[in-house]
Design a protein around this ligand. Sequence first.
Ligand SMILES: [Zn+2]
Length: 361
Amino acid sequence: MMKFLNTKLFHYLSFFLFLNSAILPVKSSSALAAWALKNNGVLELRTKSNTNLKAYFQKANKIYSDRFWVDFPGELKSPRTIKGNGPIKEIRLGKPNKGKTRLVIEFKEKTYLKPLTWRMVGLDQNRWRIKLFSPKYSFKKIGEGEIEKRIRNIKANQNSSYMRKKVHDYFQLPEVIHNKFSVVIDPGHGGPDPGAIGIGGLRETDVVLEVAKTVKKLLSEKGVKVRLTRTNEVDLDLPPRVSFANNTDADIFVSIHANASRGKRRDINGLETFYFRGWRGRLLAKRIQKQILRVSPGSPDRGVKQGGFYVIKNTRMPAVLVEIGFLTGRLDSRRLEKNTHRKRLAYAISKGILEYLSKAG
Ligand SMILES: [Zn+2]
């Protein structure tokens, strides 16, 4: 697994540091109070107390070079770009969507970052630190506001050890007992039935098949037996998908789909996961929903719902149908057309499944 992580997955995935504490009310000004990237490569942040931060890193792609960003609740008033120096190309402060603030640090090409060793440390309830590069790069400090200013009457958070997790913990999928579990993954549609057609002709059948294949790969590496209801573009009706699952000893059934909105409204985006019955189905749906949301920042949470879809209604094992985004939505479709995002979704679905199996399987 580590080899896979360090080579392949690493290139494809952004990764995540989720630092959860109390969540700020939605309608508030930016929770980012001050920031400084110092000449020793340490980024320091001061936020409102009990802020829920999310930090991400993405390897260079065709559009951007290596990027690290942190999302804060609360809306930034004036988006701005600050020119970088040394290994930093630029620093941008923006609002990726309403009610949010994003601090983006874009690196120059050919920096030798080691994001797998990065960790975000909470110094107290409103200060954070992460070392991004080493002093071998000459860099002149950039920052805004007073980092050191302390808010009175707030005791340092004694409980910050949970934040001291290495970034790469988030890369690791949960372990389950090998060769114990069997899963059926059902990529929706196929063959003459392309499913939803999205912006730019993006086809549901293609997107979900690719995600399903990656889920199979990831779960197989964890010793889970995975069968796909289809492995290529074939016409497969719903009853054979169900009988296929019912005739195996599968512990769970996961059908993967992508959405389209009526009238192809570009403003409708979001993720949802359906189950038909039972606490196990519901739990599985919740685990998967939580993980796919994590890799789709800004895309609305349409929730875990009960739904009477044929494939989840008629399968005998705990079964869910996951909608990984709207192919017709501006935000979702831009992501779903990307291989990197499909990999991330596969990773998230796998994580949800493994979490479920390790607890309820
Ligand atoms: Zn579908």
